[in-house]
Design a protein around this ligand. Structure first.
Ligand code: FCB
Length: 447
């Protein structure tokens, strides 16, 4: 067997991604306000084992150690999110200086280690005070979001080049408002569509504000994009319809300035279309400097008797959560997005897998399945680049095992093992592997 090294473009960003609620803890410390995730987790029955992000990885206190871990992994970028209620406890009004100081110090520490901070403004922890005023169903929330964004721009804008407005509008739509599994726990399609519209509007307003405040910096949004395959020619239409509902519905307003026509008309007939105002779609359709894509899922679909797409199960490796491991779909998704929406800079801002990692008898955490997962997906990114896709960076979800939303602490996604009893962090084999890829800006593949 021979080996070759696939080199990545110069300046390629190798990073990890985290989000505030999943790692910080300190949920009510130093003046932080309550978020909808604090409220959701404190509501019995919402989260596996009644777990909460109250302490999480205690990153709020261990941020220096975590910064050192990032540097030890040879990464040149770190994507993290700002907790809106930590910096604006009421969602608007008086800022919390201690909250702002936390992120200020973090950014300085990262830069001192040669790590580029990539900031996500919204990774789901809406201030509870904003929720009490209607949350994403209240159009004003889009304005409050832009005001909050301006505050963060003023504080960190002199040092942060890459900004992501919203993490996965489609997952907020589906998990938060359709399935009710995430905060705020709603199950209603009309409500979901209205919330999505305001979230996208918030994105547009925050980009607009950012352009005015920070010329020369770059703005993007981070949808979660799944790739669907049709198993037969006849299934194509049904699969395209699925893509329309699950991808185009949230992506096309941002990238094309319109909701997919056919679906809009159907929703309108059924009373499920969101209320919009003239000018909204222009505002949502801001020129973007990059698209940030989170990638986890793909599936094979046939059509049933009524012409709907039905998933067909194919034997393939799966993660500890049963998610399919099919790296080729990452390449195909990147090529497809580029073909449909034009060539533009793309960052893969999340990709990763949960497994049931344990500390071995030798004190190490050996996770060969994650190493294989990473090798396959990084190779897929390289293939996409070779096929002409403009990928500028790759971020593993996630730095360290953390609070995985409704599933609590059981799924371990980290490159670093978190020992929750002691707070100790242990770099897993996959972390060492990824560090080598980042250090050499290359991937060794067997031919
Ligand atoms: C994504 C989320 C992220 C994490 C991963 C596993 O949808 O953005 O916070 O939970 O899934």
């Amino acid at each position: 067997m021979s080996k070759k090294t696939s080199r990545f473009p110069q300046g390629f960003l190798w990073g990890v991604a985290t989000s505030a609620y999943q790692i910080e803890g300190a949920w009510n410390e130093d003046g932080k306000g309550e978020s909808i995730w604090d409220r959701f987790c404190h509501t019995p029955g919402r989260i596996a084992n009644g777990e909460t992000g109250d302490v999480a990885c205690d990153h709020y206190h261990r941020w220096q150690e975590d910064g050192e871990l990032i540097a030890a992994l040879h990464l040149n970028a770190y994507r993290f999110s700002i907790s809106w209620p930590r910096v604006l406890p009421e969602g608007r009004g008086t800022p919390n200086p201690k909250g702002l100081a936390f992120y200020d110090r973090l950014v300085d520490a990262l830069l001192a280690k040669g790590v580029a901070p990539v900031v996500t403004l919204y990774h789901w922890d809406l201030p509870q005070a904003v929720q009490d005023a209607g949350g994403w169903l209240n159009r004003r929330t889009a304005d409050w979001f832009a005001e909050y964004a301006e505050l963060v721009y003023r504080t960190l804008g002199d040092r942060v080049r890459l900004w992501i407005t919203i993490n996965e509008p489609n997952v907020v739509w589906s998990c938060g408002y359709l399935l009710g599994e995430h905060a705020p726990g709603v199950k209603d399609r009309a409500t979901a569509n209205q919330a999505l519209h305001h979230i996208l509007l918030a994105h547009g307003k925050a980009v607009e504000a950012g352009r005015a405040a920070l010329p020369g910096t770059e703005f993007g949004i981070a949808p979660n994009i799944e790739h669907f395959y049709a198993v037969t020619e006849e299934a194509r239409e049904a699969v395209e319809r699925k893509r329309l509902q699950e991808v185009a519905w949230h992506l096309e307003p941002v990238l094309l300035g319109k909701y997919p026509e056919e679906l809009w008309q159907e929703y309108e007939l059924m009373g499920l279309a969101p209320l919009t105002r003239p000018g909204d779609l222009e505002r949502i359709h801001q020129p973007l400097d990059f698209l940030a894509i989170n990638f986890y899922f793909s599936g094979f679909y046939d059509r049933d008797g009524r012409g709907r797409a039905v998933e067909v199960s194919r034997p393939m490796p799966r993660t500890g959560l049963g998610w399919p491991i099919y790296p080729k779909a990452l390449r195909d998704m990147l090529i497809d997005v580029t073909a449909r929406y034009g060539r533009r800079p793309i960052y893969i801002t999340e990709n990763g897998a949960a497994f049931d990692d344990v500390i071995g008898p030798d004190g190490g955490v050996h996770d060969p399945e994650r190493v294989e997962y990473l090798r396959g997906h990084i190779n897929a990114v390289h293939e996409a680049i070779e096929a002409g896709v403009d990928v500028r960076g790759y971020f593993v979800w996630t730095l360290m095992d953390n609070f995985e939303w409704a599933r609590g602490y059981k799924p371990r996604f980290g490159l670093v093992y978190t020992d929750y009893a002691t707070g100790r962090r242990i770099i897993k084999d996959s972390g060492r592997y990824y560090a080598e890829v980042a250090r050499t800006n290359g991937l060794v593949v067997c031919l």
